[in-house]
Design a protein around this ligand. Structure first.
Ligand code: MSP
Length: 501
């Protein structure tokens, strides 16, 4: 049955250019969104940019351009990148848009009306890089736990009554053990809340680049309250009876560094505003580059342009999704990247398609053959639709690497089938059987390509187009539609190119 499914990336800070961490989060969401669309669900996949706050204002000042021009340029560079790497989002939200200002000011007024906000004075540590307040006891060697520098801030501030939500949050986590995944992150959040919550400062007066507090314009709204609300702005908030609102609750995919904001503050804001909570928060790990923490100041960002140029977009996407189990940290190294490219893409998947297509092109007059009689083994080869429940469960758990492994088992099975049945020998002894074997291989490749669409969109499209599978026949409901026989298979181009050693 078709479901509404909303998946979101975090909205990205525009104080610097996009990097591999942003690409990773976005690939995960795009993959799950594509899978769910192919499964027949109605999907709303959103991404965007987080453009307010002191950090962004400071970065613009350093460049000596107006803040608006600065954020426009970087927001544009995210859009261009996402187009180049084939991200099929449904909405791109920018927090400087008017629809967002309306939503944020509305929720502020609601919170005020419900007596969840009061005016006071903040005095304490603030880390600009994280745009986060820290307690003295959280500091490690005088820095934020993330390693960011902290400064002492003392200013008039509005506060949100976060402390009143400790028990309600704990009850909610207990009743919804899958609310935060993986389990280690769930435990981290519950421990944090159990240790006690203080009221949260939610406005700043020391800079201007933000959404003004309604009726008190010397304050701007704290950038995290502003940013988190994006997840409901995209659904038309403050209107909560429109069609878009039918996509709430959403699934939020985030990195482990921003768990506290999503797992604690966001649910508390929503509870306070009497709005339903998100469906799930899925928190992934961090990438290092050649074992070092990626940092702009060190200048060791992964040069993804070069990788895409040499290996293609699918290869980068494949590597990031295949290499690490969801939730764990991973290391990006040129050697592991090329090794995966060679063993999985070039030698397994690419080779299977190339051998089969080439053989038909050469020895079956370039025509896809009909099957004659199918053995039990042949039929088993073509029953990928039976794997759907297993694949669904991997996607539901964000186990994209297990999803990929399961599909690659079928690729290996097909390669073995070709070795065992040797169409090059059947060509001389049993032409009909040779045609049946080729039919089985071609249809197996079609079914595999249907399932690789979410992880290797460009490659899968090449295969499915080559096999004349129309776009309307690429949803999983069409898995058992037989392959067309009698199609002309031109001389195939390799799916992945060989590398110069
Ligand atoms: N603007 C906030 C999010 C607000 S959402 C309401 C933010 N932006 S960010 O640009 O700094 O980070 C966005 C995402 O990129 C986060 O999920 C973060 O975990 C991810 N990554 C940044 N560097 C990363 C790696 N090196 N590896 C993996 N992901 C990382 O936080």
């Amino acid at each position: 049955m078709s479901e509404n499914f909303c998946i979101t990336t975090p909205i990205y800070y525009v104080n610097g250019n996009p990097h591999i961490g942003h690409i990773y989060t976005t690939f995960i969401c795009d993959t799950v969104a594509r899978y769910r669309r192919l499964r027949g669900d109605k999907v709303l996949f959103t991404t965007g940019t987080d453009e307010h706050g002191q950090k962004v204002e400071k970065a613009a000042n350093l460049k000596n351009v107006s803040t608006q021009k600065f954020v426009d340029d970087i927001a544009e560079s995210f859009k261009v990148l996402f187009k180049d790497i084939g991200i099929e989002y449904d909405d791109f939200i920018r927090t400087t848009q008017n629809r967002h200002k309306i939503a944020v000011q509305h929720i502020w007024s609601e919170l005020l009306k419900k007596d969840q906000i009061y005016l006071g004075h903040y005095e304490g540590w603030y880390a600009l890089r994280d745009e986060a307040f820290y307690d003295e006891k959280e500091l490690v060697d005088g820095k934020a736990p993330s390693g960011a520098d902290v400064e002492w801030v003392k200013e008039e501030s509005y506060f949100f009554r976060l402390s009143a939500f400790q028990n309600k949050l704990l009850e909610f986590y207990k009743a919804n053990p899958n609310f935060i995944t993986p389990k280690t992150r769930y435990n981290e959040v519950t421990r944090f809340v159990e240790s006690g919550l203080k009221d949260l400062s939610i406005s700043r007066t020391s800079f201007k680049w933000g959404i003004p507090v309604p009726n008190d314009e010397k304050h701007v709204i704290y950038v995290w309250l502003d940013a988190l609300v994006n997840y409901i702005t995209i659904l038309g908030y403050p209107c909560i009876d429109g069609e878009k609102w039918g996509f709430w609750p959403a699934t939020h995919v985030i990195g482990k560094d921003i768990l506290r904001f999503h797992g604690v503050y966001w649910p508390a804001f929503l509870m306070a505003a009497d709005l339903p909570l998100p469906k799930q928060i899925a928190s992934h790990g961090w990438w290092t580059n050649e074992k070092e923490k990626i940092s702009k100041s060190v200048g060791n960002t992964v040069n993804y342009d070069e990788l895409i140029e040499t290996f293609g977009i699918d290869s980068l996407r494949y590597f990031l999704l295949r290499e690490i189990p969801f939730g764990q940290d991973g290391d990006f190294s040129k050697s592991s990247f090329t090794q995966r490219y060679k063993s999985d893409l070039l030698n397994s998947y690419g080779n299977l398609a190339q051998r089969v297509f080439m053989f038909i092109n050469k020895f079956n007059n370039s025509v896809s053959p009909p099957p004659f009689s199918l053995t039990i083994e042949d039929k088993n080869m073509l029953s990928l639709s039976a794997c759907l429940p297993e694949f669904d469960s991997y996607i539901k758990d964000f186990s994209l690497n297990r999803y990929i492994c399961a599909i690659f088992e079928h690729i290996n099975q097909a390669n073995k089938y070709m070795e065992i049945h040797k169409p090059w020998e059947l060509k001389k002894t049993n032409h009909k059987r040779m045609q049946t074997v080729l039919y089985v291989l071609l249809d197996k490749i079609r079914q595999i390509a249907m399932f690789t669409q979410p992880i290797l969109p460009v490659t899968s499209d090449k295969i499915l187009s080559y096999l004349a599978v129309s776009t309307s026949k690429r949803k999983f409901s069409c898995l058992n539609d037989a392959l067309k026989c009698g199609i002309i298979l031109e001389k195939p181009e390799p799916l992945f190119s060989k590398l110069d050693e």
